[in-house]
Design a protein around this ligand. Structure first.
Ligand code: TYD
Ligand code: MG
Length: 453
């Protein structure tokens, strides 16, 4: 009789341990070890369906390798195409993660329903009826999408063999289970085993597979970190559920850049692409308010106008609060320290709140100048007119650092009717006749003089 072998796996990084311990030696996460059964049989679902390929691969010189003709499926969703670097590459494995309720299932169902190809949507979370109800809300052009409600991977591959779809969606990888692995769905070995089967399948048949991945409460993809290494593309769908905007970002992309973003609006008829985000993100205001400043940031190849709001008030409690929404709070602390040390503002006794409107979180450091401008405007309670736009990074000695693609940003500002573009005096700017006046500053003091005289 075979003895059942057990081992402890870290649910965060997937590392294997012989005995239980409080902290994982590999990723240093506490309380993440769970006992799982190790099966001697490796998962052979896909191999069993297609008989093992015994051909061994041999090393080839780089110029001897024949380039395969990877076809790219145009997903008919311009935002998704942009983030993926052109479209869905055949044989690719894509992992889409995001908070519950952000719209992952809606986005993928919409993509499938607008493709004129035979497609398969495997769901382990919802019934066929629920998917049908969702499909009725989405406007679609074609009708060749199959829906399968199944969690057993062996049965899924049986159906795949029967239907032969051109693209497969699995919603979600954490609900799948293989009979060869004895642990519960969502455990490290189940996720790894099922993902491996899909990788083998997609590489062999050149069928793209999109897996939906749950995230943990600190925003990481649930399951072993190795899952992110195994797939070709990792996409993250984010957005504030109270806001209609959703952003699609690539965290990893073997076929293109990771700097492009896709912007969507969640409406009653599904997600729609936002092609003119700058006109929507900053609404027209008749009255100017203190603590507001407009930043011009770059997301991928697109300049975006973002409104930064700041509130500086006297701290009521002993320790002043620093809260930021959509902006890195460590960076906010750094900017406040720079303002205190280099420009002499006593912000140590003040509460400072930052909010980026539209539910968008910004990583481009060129937003720094607008954050500082908004803080100063709230501190002095003096409005900054909304026809000014700020774009530069701040250094630790209070210097205003140059930004990339300045001309592209100025062009967008001109198009949207901004009168002034405030940036670093070391940014490279081409001299052209534009309606927007360029104001250059080199230190925080110059910004203060420019804003408040
Ligand atoms: P869903 O795709 O189920 O999210 P996820 O798969 O990421 O958990 O989206 C759920 C939310 O989207 C839900 O709160 C309802 C909303 N929604 C709309 O606003 N309009 C629509 O057309 C659809 C289909 C969903
Ligand atoms: Mg879902």
């Amino acid at each position: 009789m075979n003895k059942i072998k057990k081992s402890f796996f870290c649910q965060n990084c997937g590392a294997q341990h012989v005995k239980w311990q409080g902290q994982c030696n590999t990723c240093k996460e506490w309380n993440s070890l769970l006992e799982e059964i190790i099966s001697n049989e490796s998962s052979q679902n896909w191999a069993a369906l297609n008989q093992r390929d015994n051909s061994r691969s041999s090393a080839l010189q780089i110029n001897q390798i024949r380039k395969s003709n990877e076809t790219i499926i145009n997903s008919s969703d311009q935002e998704l195409n942009r983030v993926l670097g052109g479209g869905i590459v055949s044989g690719s494995l894509i992992l889409l993660s995001g908070e519950p309720g952000v719209g992952k299932s809606t986005l993928l169902l919409q993509v499938l329903m607008n493709l004129n190809l035979k497609t398969l949507y495997v769901t382990g979370e919802e019934s066929q009826n629920q998917i049908k109800l969702r499909a009725e809300r989405i406007k679609s052009s074609y009708n060749s999408c199959y829906i399968l409600n199944e969690t057993l991977i062996e049965n899924i591959f049986d159906q795949i063999k029967k239907i032969e779809p051109s693209i497969i969606i699995v919603d979600s990888i954490q609900t799948l289970k293989s009979i060869n692995i004895e642990n519960s769905p969502g455990s490290v070995s189940q996720i790894k085993g099922c993902a491996e089967d899909f990788i083998k399948f997609s590489k062999k048949t050149s069928t793209p597979v999109i897996l939906v991945g749950h995230i943990t409460k600190d925003g990481q993809i649930a399951g072993p970190k190795i899952l992110e290494h195994m797939v070709d593309v990792v996409l993250h769908f984010e957005g504030d559920k109270n806001n209609i905007y959703r952003i699609l970002r690539a965290k990893k992309n073997r076929y293109g850049s990771t700097s492009e973003i896709g912007i969507y609006m969640m409406e009653s008829t599904g997600l729609s692409a936002v092609s003119n985000p700058n006109e929507l993100l900053i609404p027209f205001k008749e009255e100017f308010l203190s603590g507001h400043a407009v930043a011009c940031i770059l997301e991928g190849s697109r300049p975006l106008m973002i409104e930064v709001q700041a509130l500086v008030s006297s701290a009521v409690y002993g320790t002043p609060q620093r809260t930021s929404n959509g902006f890195n709070s460590k960076r906010l602390n750094m900017l406040l320290a720079v303002l205190e040390k280099r420009a002499g503002f006593a912000l140590g006794t003040k509460d400072v709140f930052i909010n980026i409107t539209g539910g968008i979180s910004v990583e481009d450091p060129s937003i720094d100048l607008a954050v500082i401008a908004a803080i100063l405007s709230s501190y002095h309670d003096i409005c900054i007119s909304q026809d000014k736009c700020f774009s530069a990074e701040i250094g630790l000695s209070g210097e205003i650092r140059p930004i990339s693609k300045t001309d592209q940003r100025i062009k967008e500002c001109s198009k949207l009717g901004y009168k002034n573009f405030v940036t670093s005096n070391s940014s490279k700017i081409q001299k052209t006749n534009r309606k927007t006046e360029i104001i250059t500053v080199s230190k925080i003091e110059d910004l203060i003089t420019y804003l408040f005289g």
